[in-house]
Write a protein that binds this ligand. Structure first.
Ligand code: ASP
Ligand code: MG
Length: 409
C-alpha cells in the first residue's frame, strides 16, 4: 500500500465548502487504495488576520514572540478540526492532530523554528488503525514544551518533514495553481506547466521569486529525497513532480525562466584596487541587514576600479546613503545607482552537459536590442540584469528561442 502526505494550503481550505471539496479528494485517494496523512494551513487569510490582531495590542518593545506563536498556531487548529469533522461525516475515520500531538519537536526560535525531530510512531499507529491523521501545519513544540511556528508558509515544510519520517511515496502539495510553470503565465502566453523537474531546479526557481513552494520545504525534500508533487486542489490534473536528478529523465536544457523586478543596482566608481576594499564596501551594507545579490568588480586599470552590486529595491535608498558615506571614507570618486532594473535567469540542469547556452541567450537578447548590464552564472543557472522595461520582452523572446512551450518532459 502506498502512502501519500497531502498538504492543502490556505486558499484550498478557505471555506467550509472548499473543505468539503478537499475531503472528497482525500476520499478518492483512499478509495484508490492509498493511505493518506493530511497537513493543512489556516483558512484563507486567517494567519494575516491574527498577525494584525497582535499588532493592535501594540506590545512595542516587549518580546512577545512566544505568545504570537500560540496565537498564530490557532489558525491551523481550526482547519484540522473542521476537516476531520467533514471526513467523519462521510464515514472516514479521521482525527485532528496538533503539532505537539504529532511530536514535531523544534528548536526554540519562535516564529522561525526549525524541526529537529519527529516521533513518527504516533502517526504510524493511527495509520495502522485505519485513521486519517489531519495534522496542523506550520507548528511544533520545543524542548521546554512551548508552542512554536515554522515561519510564514511553513506548512509545506511540515508536510515534507512528515513525508520524510513516514517514508511516504509522495508528498503532494495542493495549491491554487496547476503546478510549476516554465515561466510566469501572466507574462508569457506560451508558458507551460512542467511535468517533472529536479529539486535543484526548483530551488533556483523558488529563490528567484516563483513562489510556489516554501524554499525550506524544497531543501528538506531534496535532503531526504522525498518526491514532491505540486498540483491544483481545484482541477484534476497531475501537476509537477519534483524529484532528484536521474539519468532516465529526458532532460531539456532549460526548464524555466525566472525573473524578479524587485532589484536595484549600485556602483561605486574609482575605488583603489587594494586588499580590503570589498569588505570595506560590503561590510557596512551587511551590518545594516541589507542583502546583496550579484557582485561585480572590474579589472583595475591604473590601480583603480569600479565595484557594482545589486540589492532589493526596498533597500535601495538606504544602501545608497550608506555607500555615499563609504565613498568618502575610502576616497572613491563617485556613487551611482539605478532602481529600475530587473533580473532574469535561465534555469536547467541540462546546462551542465550543453555548452553554448549563455551565448545563445546573449544572442537572443542582442537581437532584441536589449542591453545586458550584469551577468552571473552557476552550474545550472545564467542570470542577467537588464532595464526593467525590457523584462517582459526578454522573457518572451527567450521562452520562444529555447522552445519552452514545446512538451519535452
Ligand atoms: N498559515 C501559515 C501562513 O499563512 C502557514 C502556511 O500557510 O503555510 O503563513
Ligand atoms: Mg500558505
Amino acid at each position: 500500500m502506498s502512502l501519500f502526505v497531502q498538504k492543502f494550503g490556505g486558499t484550498s481550505v478557505a471555506s467550509v465548502e472548499r473543505i468539503e471539496n478537499i475531503a472528497a479528494r482525500i476520499i478518492r485517494s483512499r478509495n484508490a487504495g492509498h493511505d493518506v496523512v493530511v497537513v493543512v494551513s489556516a483558512m484563507g487569510d486567517e494567519t494575516d488576520r491574527l498577525v494584525s490582531l497582535a499588532n493592535e495590542v501594540n506590545y512595542d518593545g516587549l518580546d512577545a514572540r512566544r505568545e504570537l506563536d500560540v496565537l498564530l498556531s490557532t489558525g491551523e487548529q481550526a482547519t484540522i478540526a473542521l476537516l476531520a469533522m467533514t471526513l467523519l461525516k462521510h464515514g472516514v475515520k479521521a482525527e485532528s492532530v496538533l503539532g505537539w500531538q504529532a511530536s514535531i519537536l523544534t528548536d526554540s526560535e519562535h516564529s522561525k523554528a526549525r524541526i529537529l525531530e519527529i516521533d513518527e510512531t504516533v502517526l504510524q499507529a493511527k495509520i495502522s488503525d485505519g485513521i486519517v491523521p489531519v495534522v496542523a501545519g506550520f507548528q511544533g513544540i520545543d524542548q521546554k514544551g512551548h508552542v512554536t511556528t515554522l515561519g510564514r508558509g511553513g506548512s509545506d515544510t511540515t508536510a515534507v518533514a512528515l513525508a520524510a519520517v513516514l517514508k511516504a511515496d509522495e508528498c503532494q502539495i495542493y495549491t491554487d495553481v496547476e503546478g510549476v510553470f516554465t515561466t510566469d503565465p501572466r507574462v508569457v502566453e506560451g508558458a507551460r506547466c512542467l511535468k517533472q523537474m529536479t529539486f535543484e531546479e526548483m530551488l533556483e526557481l523558488a529563490s528567484l521569486g516563483s513562489r510556489v513552494l516554501h524554499t525550506r520545504a524544497v531543501e528538506f525534500a531534496s535532503k531526504y529525497q522525498v518526491p514532491l508533487r505540486v498540483l491544483s486542489s481545484f482541477e484534476e490534473k497531475p501537476g509537477t513532480l519534483i524529484t532528484k536528478e536521474d539519468d532516465s529523465m529526458e532532460q531539456p536544457i532549460i526548464s524555466g525562466i525566472a525573473f524578479t523586478r524587485d532589484e536595484a543596482k549600485l556602483t561605486i566608481l574609482g575605488v583603489k584596487d587594494v586588499p580590503g576594499i570589498a569588505s570595506a564596501i560590503l561590510g557596512p551594507i551587511s551590518d545594516a541587514n541589507i542583502e546583496v545579490d550579484m557582485i561585480v568588480q572590474n579589472v583595475a586599470a591604473d590601480m583603480s576600479t569600479d565595484f557594482t552590486f545589486t540589492v532589493r529595491r526596498d533597500d535601495y535608498d538606504q544602501a545608497k546613503q550608506i555607500l555615499e558615506n563609504i565613498a568618502k571614507n575610502i576616497d572613491a570618486r563617485e556613487v551611482s545607482g539605478d532602481n529600475k532594473i530587473a533580473k532574469l535567469s535561465l534555469v536547467g540542469v541540462g546546462m551542465r552537459s550543453h555548452a553554448g547556452v549563455a551565448s545563445r541567450m546573449f544572442k537572443v537578447l542582442a537581437d532584441e536590442s536589449i542591453n545586458i548590464q550584469m551577468i552571473s552564472t552557476s552550474e545550472i543557472k545564467i542570470s542577467v540584469v537588464l532595464a526593467e522595461k525590457y523584462l517582459e520582452l526578454a522573457a518572451r523572446a527567450l521562452h520562444s528561442a529555447f522552445e519552452l512551450s514545446e512538451e519535452v518532459n
